[in-house]
Design a protein around this ligand. Sequence first.
Ligand code: F6R
Ligand code: MG
Ligand code: MG
Length: 373
Amino acid sequence: MKRRKSVKKNQVTISVIKADIGGYVGHSASHPDILALAERLMDQARADGVVVDFCVTNVGDDLDLIMTHYRGNDSKVIHRLAWDIFMAGTELAKKLKLYGAGQDILKDAFSGNVKGMGPGVAEMTFVERKSEPVIVFAADKCAPGAWNLPVYRIFADPFNTIGLVIDPQMHDGFKFEVHDLYKDRDIVLSCPEQMYDLLVLIGSPENYVIKNVYKKNGEIAAASSTQKLAFIAGRYVGKDDPVLIVRCQSGLPAVGEVLEGFAIPHLVSGWMRGSHYGPLMPVARADATPSRFDGPPRVIGQGFQVNNGKLVGPRDMFADVSFDLARKRANEIADYLRRHGPFEPHRLGLKEMEYTTLPQVLDKLMGRRKRKK
Ligand code: F6R
Ligand code: MG
Ligand code: MG
């Protein structure tokens, strides 16, 4: 297998590339034929040595391709593979007349990287440790800022992660790379020293999103997708439905500390028509089928042991009774919020609604307004 020169031989890359290429029924799930097609094409790619291993999964109407390889982040070969699978899937989705076929495919011609073309991407490259537990989270019906609160809890909050207090390997804390969505720039903040500064930014998840988390020695710990569809398309095209990769254990948060970040279903923007706040409900993959009011928003966690690039797994990490209470709470919160109907703060504030279908209605009502680009 050819490796990129810049990537060291022993550095494995996990690439998670996802797109909504059609929903079944409506925006609630992925069709089994689409998943089977992706599985078949990925299988071929593995046989051809393009990837070392893969896992095809879905959360709601989003198809997630989890891939391992030795080609580094932003590999043209890997991005091309994902793109081709999304194109083939779109064709099939059109044939099946699935809902919103090709929804996240915003550009026609592949130019080397799927970033900026619609699909979401999270990637990380690292030297595989003696044992390498990794969890890939995928969410539906929400924006990339959905990860801010759990990632903060996991890597900076000692009330969530006791390892920050009692594990000498974690006691120094972590560095957070935050992406400014509106100004397209990154800022790195170190915790616990700059914890309050970090919160100034990430407490506003519609504006700032955590992109990467590093150990103080620079080793990657977590990576998320930060692409915002509406900014790429300049209009409403469904929610971004982000993905997140987290490495665990041995100087990083334990698997249980990582999952604990999702034990309280926090409010995220998304849900029906990408226009409402709702609780992010941690669910087993079988329950990743947003239904009530197209939601509430869901997150799945697929766990793997990475073994010489092989993805041993997945284990369905939220398929556990210890998350029953989180789910019950999420449903109660959802029920309460729903009673607000079209009122804020269930409905997003007007600034966030700029990228939904509301401005068209406002235009009609108030006469044409100058629209934000
Ligand atoms: C949210 C989402 C759905 C749709 C809603 C309306 O991300 O995808 O809630 O916004 O079902 O869809 P259309 O406008 O396609 O009928
Ligand atoms: Mg959809
Ligand atoms: Mg979706």
